[in-house]
Design a protein around this ligand. Sequence first.
Ligand code: BT5
Length: 254
Amino acid sequence: MVTESVSFEKKQLHFDELDSTNNYLKQHGQELPHGTVVTADRQTMGKGRLGRKWEDDGRNCLKMSILLHDVAIADMAIIPAVVGIAVCMALTKLYGTGFQIKWPNDVILDGKKICGILCESRITGMNCFAVCGIGINLYQNEENFKSEGLLHAGSIFSLRGIVPNAEEVRDAVVNELDEYYNRYKESEFDSVVELYKNLSATVGKEVSVIQGDLQFQAFAENIGSQGQLLCRYNDEIIEVQSGEASVRGLYGYI
Ligand code: BT5
């Protein structure tokens, strides 16, 4: 099905402090235009997936949420993957190669997590609006991460010695999401999944799947059409959904 693509309006709202940029857009999304970007210097309740926390030590980390209107509810499963692609492409354009996606949508560099993505939605009739929350570590050093107890985290500065410009990163991510979300909407779905696979640090590896109290080892064989991880386990292919599980490499975080 071909859906008309609509470019982002690129309205920007910046706050000194919010509980969460995602919460702000979930509350106000209905009145704001498609593509609105909300940023905050500090979050008092930064959220990760599955009830986890996003650690925020102020301006060291870029915290942004982007609003997408008229999203089909069925598309919500794949949107985090499209956001992951957009972040990877934006950072690659600005800072060079090495950025990859650890399933489902951590962006990693040199095996360290430099970006987390949390997409949420609110149902409005037959469709919903989506809030794409993105946290990108910009300036932290090793000590900052140690003091937060974040063993697998890295920043653009700690890993590349570059001092990034937060506005430049924000604008690049928004532009890439505008591009890749529209490609997806224009039925270039397969090309988006293909690109996701090329950027994946998980596909082709033995992984440990963690699903609540359950943990098992499997071979990450492919990505499904809805962004699920297709794993080979005892000669069967099982589908691991991103809302339910995390994966680790057998020898560490990736
Ligand atoms: C995520 O969840 O990584 C999604 C994070 C999304 C954060 C953005 S910031 C803007 C917007 N507003 C919000 O309230 N949230 C979004 P998950 O895959 O569940 O990973 C969470 C785990 O990542 C935590 O349990 C920590 O282990 C780790 N973590 C927390 N803060 C981190 C940081 N700054 N850098 C790297 N890893 C971190």
